[in-house]
Ligand binder design. Structure first.
Ligand code: GCO
Length: 264
């Protein structure tokens, strides 16, 4: 086995939602391994420009594109623009996502639908249009960012869990349909990571903070950089016969039922 199995130098990787958080950490990992990073975000051009400058300051070849992953027309024109200006998209990481922490009984239908739209429908929309080029070239890597909530429920995150559970099955089905074109579709399932998304439940004194540390065999929140290895593996030749798999990077959460809080 040779290290070149993991070589992604010069590959073009589009990572949705990569101006901050886990998306940025994975894009950074791919970029430091030699991939050209195509940053996407939707909040403001300024945020994208700032992120692009940050990647570039680390020597990563980066371009940025603002588009809303839930709007098919925007996705179609952004992908056409990327393919003209940057080149073919070799690696697609469907990372953009949102969470709304509201008990189901209190949740507005419009909020539920918004979560499903961003977290489940958008990976379908973006993949559908990126994969056309991959099918023509008979080569490509798609990584869908799943969650602990692809496997487990939790009070107050029902819409998110429904979307992420769906994304796991969408991953399996994309693999079912596209593996024959030499496109590997897999997922990464992050455990609990210290990001802005989890900031509200990580604050000191929040009962969830201690709960997660106790619930995780590795006994800590993950550092976003812990995801780079999984992203590189699933983007490289090393995973050429890995299809429809969700690689959980969770410090062991899914391996155990957990323990009472008085047990060390
Ligand atoms: C929550 C968290 C999670 C995570 C993550 C876990 O409120 O439970 O925000 O949903 O963000 O996806 O894998």
């Amino acid at each position: 086995m040779s290290i070149s199995l993991f070589d992604i130098k010069g590959k073009n990787a589009l990572v949705t939602g990569s101006t901050h958080g886990l998306g940025m950490a994975m894009a950074r990992g791919l970029g430091l391994a030699g991939a050209n990073i195509i940053v996407n975000g939707n909040s403001s051009q300024e945020k994208i420009d700032k992120a692009v400058a940050q990647y570039k300051s680390e020597g990563i070849n980066t371009t940025g594109y603002k588009f809303n992953v839930t709007r098919e027309e925007e996705v179609i024109s952004a992908i056409a623009q990327i393919e003209t200006e940057v080149g073919q998209i070799d690696i697609l990481v469907n990372n953009a996502g949102i969470i709304k922490r509201t008990p189901l009984i209190e949740m507005e239908v419009s909020d539920f639908k918004e979560v499903i739209d961003v977290d489940l429908v958008s990976p379908f929309i973006v993949s559908k249009h990126v994969v056309k080029g991959m099918i023509a070239r008979k080569e490509g890597k798609v990584i869908n960012i799943c969650s602990m909530m692809s496997e487990l429920g939790r009070n107050g995150v029902g819409a998110y869990a429904a979307a992420k559970g769906g994304l796991k099955m969408l991953t399996q089905n994309m693999a079912t349909e596209w593996a024959k074109h030499n496109i590997q579709v897999n997922g990464i399932g992050p455990g609990y990571f210290a990001t802005s998304q989890t900031a509200p439940i990580r604050v000191d004194g929040h009962p969830f903070n201690g709960f997660i540390v106790n619930r995780t065999p590795a006994a800590k929140w993950g550092d976003p950089s812990d995801l780079a290895g999984a992203a590189i593996f699933l983007s490289s030749k090393a995973s050429d016969f890995v299809n429809g798999h969700v690689l959980y990077v969770d410090g062991g959460i899914l391996a155990t039922i957990g323990k009472p809080s008085n047990e060390s």
